[in-house]
Design a protein around this ligand. Structure first.
Ligand SMILES: NC(=O)c1ccc[n+]([C@@H]2O[C@H](COP(=O)([O-])OP(=O)(O)OC[C@H]3O[C@@H](n4cnc5c(N)ncnc54)[C@H](O)[C@@H]3O)[C@@H](O)[C@H]2O)c1
Length: 253
């Protein structure tokens, strides 16, 4: 197979790959020939993913790691280097959220989201980039979200904030790691029916007395409509308060 050769002999780490989008990414990379290391906190679902990817790429592995735990991440990367020699690809897919009203959001919940989505992703990127720097080659892909670009129907402001941070983190990391031959990119998926979104989709569908797949189509159409509004009349995503006077911006980074 043509694609198989493309990632042959490459070691790819995919976080949050026991389920959902991460599992699909792990499977796709295995189909391209990569040795895939699936990382997740869910051991049971992880075992099912491992069976699936090993079927395609027999040396693949599963590692139970909480990416929000910096020490666990460091130990994981050390183990992988010992076992496989290098890490060529990192997909930072693990992410958490739950639908919640602005006023009900508690600090512990913000900590949880920031801990996994921002700090966990950064820990993974930093630890793996150190390995990639040695080889002067590497590919890092961060899974952000349309929520990070200000998607209006987002169900948790802390989640949207964390995904916006990932976009900024990706841009800066791309600049700072480019000189070591490491590319850093982000993907911003739209609404995808996975466990993460199931409850939200279910409740929105119920509220609107709609079928789930009709609701998803409408949400996608709504995003397309929003993005089609001419710039001059669309709400300014970054200036909902009065614009800052130009002189106060001068000299800032
Ligand atoms: N589903 C969507 O509509 C959608 C849209 C845009 C972006 N995304 C993003 O795509 C990514 C995958 O989402 P999904 O819908 O497949 O979610 P999911 O809940 O189905 O899967 C997420 C996986 O991450 C794992 N995980 C959670 N916390 C972890 C931790 N601390 N350490 C390691 N693993 C952990 C979970 O166990 C789970 O297997 C997330 O980053 C999410 O924000 C999803």
């Amino acid at each position: 197979m043509n694609g198989r050769a493309r990632l042959a002999d490459r070691v790819a780490v995919v976080t949050g790959s026991a389920k959902g989008i991460g599992r699909a990414i792990a499977t796709t990379l295995a189909q391209e020939g990569a040795l895939v290391v699936a990382v997740d906190i869910d051991t049971e679902a992880g075992a099912a993913t491992l069976a699936e990817i090993r079927n395609i790429s027999p040396r693949s592995a599963f590692q139970r790691v909480d990416i929000a735990d910096h020490a666990e991440v460091a130990a994981l990367v050390e183990r992988l280097v010992r076992q496989f020699g290098s890490i060529d690809i990192l997909v930072n897919n693990a992410g958490v959220t739950r639908p919640i009203d602005f006023f009900d959001l508690k600090p512990e919940e913000v900590d949880w989201i920031v801990g996994v989505n921002i700090k966990g992703t950064f820990s993974m990127m930093q630890a793996v980039a150190r390995v990639m720097r040695e080889k002067r080659e590497g590919r890092i892909v961060n899974i952000s979200s349309i929520a990070g670009k200000g998607y209006r129907n987002t169900s948790n402001i802390a989640y949207a904030t964390s995904k916006g941070a990932l976009i900024a983190m990706t841009r800066i990391a791309a600049v700072q790691l480019g000189k070591y031959g490491i590319t850093v990119n982000a993907v911003c998926p739209g609404i995808t029916e996975t466990e993460l979104m199931a409850a939200w989709i279910e409740s929105r569908a119920k509220e609107g007395r709609k079928l789930k797949h009709d609701l998803i189509k409408e949400l996608v159409a709504d995003s397309a409509r929003f993005e089609s509004i001419p710039l001059s009349t669309s709400p300014k995503l970054c200036s909902s308060s009065p614009p800052t006077r130009p002189e106060t911006l001068r000299g800032s980074p």
